[in-house]
Design a protein around this ligand. Structure first.
Ligand code: HEC
Length: 214
């Protein structure tokens, strides 16, 4: 009888120790520890240098079909954007004009961001329904339509961080705008008001019409 109790106690201690160890990390006993699979479901970001890109590949040749079936109904057969859906192709050399056309081709600095965004958010309403290969295919198709890669270029997890986008130099780091100078690197904690000077008014360039006085 005593032996049985001893066995039971040892069994319970073995059962409890891991919980105590885990409890150390969970001071407030809230929620539960995420499993590896759960974390993998959230960990889908692909960084500018391609870090995080999932295994897979695709070329514009296969991307055309995926695009036609799943994207063209909104973004147009050639990425021109139907009705008021966003256009995805064109706009080159327009960024410094009066009417800049910002598309994945003309504006986005990294191809990896196209992967990240499309996999994460498109097709609109059925996000994350594309496979990794389909996403590579459709990104390749958009890059091809924007004349950034050739039709048969095989885009994959190894080279997506190396695609040179036309506007990669268009983003300045650190951000040189005077009103955010303080938050670059070291957050400003005191005397954070930087002197500012108004150098132009929207009204002067006719963005804000004068209010009609009755
Ligand atoms: C039902 C319509 C619809 C479909 C289908 C659709 N999209 Fe979109 N797409 C949108 C809308 C709406 C936005 C803007 C979303 C926002 O700004 O929050 C968008 C934005 C985008 C953008 C970002 C554009 C930018 O410059 O900000 C990309 C890239 C994109 N879609 C690619 C795709 C691809 C690739 C597919 C097919 C796999 C697809 N979309 C299918 C409606 C759609």
């Amino acid at each position: 009888m005593f032996a049985l109790v001893k066995k039971l106690v040892i069994f319970l201690v073995i059962l409890i120790i891991p919980n105590l160890l885990i409890a150390e990390e969970r001071k407030f006993y809230l929620g539960k520890i995420a499993t590896k699979t759960e974390i993998a479901g959230w960990d889908i970001d692909v960084r500018p240098d391609g870090l995080g890109a999932p295994l897979g590949s695709g070329s514009a040749i296969n991307g055309e079909e995926v695009y036609a079936e799943q994207c063209a109904s909104c973004h147009g057969d050639f990425g021109e954007g139907l009705d008021r859906w966003p256009e995805l192709v064109g706009g080159e050399d327009s960024l410094d004009t009066h009417d800049p056309v910002k598309t994945t081709g003309s504006y986005w600095p990294y191809a990896s961001t196209m992967y990240d965004y499309i996999y994460r958010a498109m097709p609109f309403g059925v996000a994350q329904s594309l496979t990794h290969d389909e996403t590579y295919q459709v990104v390749a198709y958009l890059l091809y339509m924007n004349e950034i890669i050739e039709e048969d270029f095989v885009l994959n997890d190894k080279n997506i961080g190396k695609i040179k986008m036309p506007n990669v130099e268009g983003f300045l780091m650190p951000d040189p705008r005077p009103d955010i100078a303080n938050v670059n690197g070291n957050p400003c904690m005191q005397n954070c008001n930087t002197p500012t000077e108004i150098i132009g008014k929207a009204r002067d360039i006719d963005v804000t019409p004068e209010e009609e006085k009755s």
